[in-house]
Write a protein that binds this ligand. Structure first.
Ligand code: MG
Length: 295
């Protein structure tokens, strides 16, 4: 099942994408509930609300697809340096802030992004020249927690996963490096494009799912979720060891090699660029880059 939050000409809806990907069927929800996106489903007792008997076509009708969780209720958990080739390129480019260089971390590096930096598909990623001259993209598979818990064993971890979406962990490399800790460099306004859909966990094979990122149609990242250093069960076990995970929590699982900072010279984003991330079967998350302030 693929879920989308979207705006029609008259209201915000939450719906199920038809198998052919051409239309959406909205749930019977109030607009206030639909505005919360997937959270409106995850905080129920496990049952899905009924579907309304209409099909809203993606093409032809004026629909704007929103992030599946337009405003997470707390910070997103994010994992740094979770693909070997990305660890190496960051060290090569002089952007390592951990002091470990090309050495793999002994445990997952976990940081967070503010919920307010989430934007939807098609929305502009702002580049504020007063803040950064090193704006970068990071294509990532993001886990959506369905059932909360603490001290979740890795063997049971996937039972706590509702499903997956795509996140672009947009990063100001210069800010990240200058401040050592990553929150500022990763949580600037508009730094978390998310979507277009959220898919239930049965739809995706964690051992073999491509993660690709294009900038202006040039393939930059060509990874696979099977190459993660710490897999999704390990991440859930690590994070939940002392923090109670809640339904609707998002865990961005790290980015494969091919970020702008990994090129020599670096290839950072500038206004007019378009970043497109493809993770089948979730879909295509595309966002333009625009000078701050974006309209
Ligand atoms: Mg990242």
């Amino acid at each position: 099942m693929r879920i989308a939050a979207y705006r029609t000409a008259t209201r915000v809806e939450l719906g199920v994408l038809a198998p052919d990907g051409a239309s959406l069927q909205p749930f019977e929800l109030s607009e206030d509930e639909a505005r919360r996106g997937l959270l409106a489903l995850l905080e129920r007792d496990g049952s899905l609300p009924p579907l309304r008997d209409v099909a809203q076509r993606l093409a032809g009708e004026v629909l704007t697809v929103l992030a599946p969780i337009p405003r997470p209720r707390r910070n997103l958990f994010c994992v740094g340096k979770n693909y070997h080739a990305h660890v190496a390129e960051i060290a090569r480019g002089g952007f390592d802030t951990t002091g470990r260089g090309t050495q793999a971390a002994p445990a997952p590096i976990v940081f967070s992004k503010l919920p307010e930096c989430v934007i939807g598909p098609g929305a502009a990623i702002p580049r504020d020249a007063c803040v950064t001259g090193a704006l970068d993209y990071e294509a990532e598979l993001a886990v959506v927690i369905g059932r909360g818990g603490r001290a979740i064993a890795r063997e049971r971890a996937l039972e706590h996963v509702w499903g997956y979406t795509i996140v672009n962990d947009v990063t100001a490399r210069d800010v990240q490096k200058r401040h050592q800790q990553w929150l500022l460099g990763k949580s600037q306004d508009g730094f978390c494009p998310m979507g277009p859909y959220a898919v239930t966990r049965d739809e995706l094979d964690l051992d073999d799912t491509p993660v690709r990122c294009y900038v202006n149609d040039e393939l930059r990242q060509d990874g696979n979720t099977g190459l993660m250093m710490f897999d999704v069960p390990a991440l859930i076990a690590s994070i939940s060891a002392g923090i109670t995970l809640l339904p609707g929590d998002v865990i961005a699982t790290g980015t494969p090699a091919g970020v702008g900072a990994g090129f020599d010279p670096p290839r950072f984003l500038v206004p007019g660029d378009v970043v497109r991330i493809e993770i089948p079967p979730i879909g295509v998350l595309e966002n333009p880059v625009a000078a701050w302030p974006v309209s």
